[in-house]
Design a protein around this ligand. Structure first.
Ligand SMILES: [Zn+2]
Length: 284
């Protein structure tokens, strides 16, 4: 219980940071990290702190990461990679600009890595004056070839922000989805409206991700799951939009809508505070 409360508070803190386009202040302590093996050369570094995920691809020409946690977690992320391989980190892909996904960029760039994001996410990084802005961007689709491995990157449209991308590992049949898909108990669907997110576009974006060929999804927050769970999440984002829209049409009050999103969609205080006004505005 205590853990869940802490997680919610921290997720709220992370979101407040991005909502104001400011680079989020570091959490007080580094997270405890745990590395999970997905395939021979593919790992996920999971943390208990706003339970987030860093995907690690190891090749004989270097390492690629997807997301790198808060700045305070950077040294431990690097240490965790060193336990797996002596290869240097060559690329960090950020699924979006939020600092719980891109906070260690500057540190890892100093070690010689290139940071890759969507062009839209880089614009958010520049607006927010974030350290560790991306070196390489793409608009719709990008590919990284490293040590005989391929990572395909896709921008499918707005979801959690307007810059979310997914990273597909075709050989391992894994999709790292950032916060366009999260299954942490405190994260049913969190639209960062100031960061360009959209409740209407989110399910459409997920449908495009679901058209990719993969078996397992690495969420931005939460546990690695089979693809079918992503389809369920997409369906719930559609239901949420329809439910809020239907209530707006019959002029239900904000309090009534709040009650429904809490009881039917697992909204917590920070979801209500951060995205209820935006949802009502977008879905009226
Ligand atoms: Zn985020």
């Amino acid at each position: 219980m205590q853990k869940i409360t802490r997680v919610r508070l921290l997720a709220a803190a992370a979101f407040v940071g991005c909502a104001t386009l400011a680079y989020t202040q570091a959490p007080p302590t580094a997270a405890k990290l745990e590395t999970i093996k997905l395939a021979d050369n593919l790992y996920v570094i999971h943390n208990d702190f706003v339970p987030g995920n860093t995907t690690v691809l190891i090749t004989n020409e270097g390492v690629l990461l997807v997301d790198d946690k808060y700045e305070i977690d950077g040294p431990n992320v690097v240490a965790e990679v060193k336990k797996l391989t002596s290869q240097p980190i060559k690329y960090v892909v950020n699924t979006h600009h939020h600092s719980d996904h891109s906070g260690s960029n500057a540190l890892i760039q100093k070690l010689g890595a290139q940071v890759v994001t969507s062009e839209a996410a880089r614009r958010r990084m520049v607006e927010g004056k974030q350290p560790g802005q991306s070196n390489v961007t793409f608009e719709q689709k990008g590919h990284i070839y490293l040590g005989g491995q391929t990572v395909d990157l896709y921008y499918f449209g707005r979801a959690h922000t307007d810059g979310d991308i997914v990273a597909h590992f075709p050989a391992q049949r894994v999709l790292a989805m950032g916060d366009s898909y999260a299954n942490d108990p405190g994260t049913p669907e969190l639209v960062d409206f100031p960061g360009g997110g959209s409740a209407i576009e989110w399910p459409k974006t997920l449908t495009k991700s679901l058209a990719l060929d993969f078996d397992r999804a690495v969420p931005g927050h939460g546990t690695v799951v089979p693809k079918a769970e992503v389809a369920k999440f997409r369906d719930s984002t559609q239901r949420l939009s329809k439910r809020v829209h239907d209530m707006m049409v019959v002029k239900r009050s904000k309090a009534e809508i709040e009650k429904v999103v809490r009881s039917e969609f697992g909204f917590q205080d920070f979801h209500v505070e951060m995205s209820l006004d935006g949802l009502m505005k977008e879905l009226k």
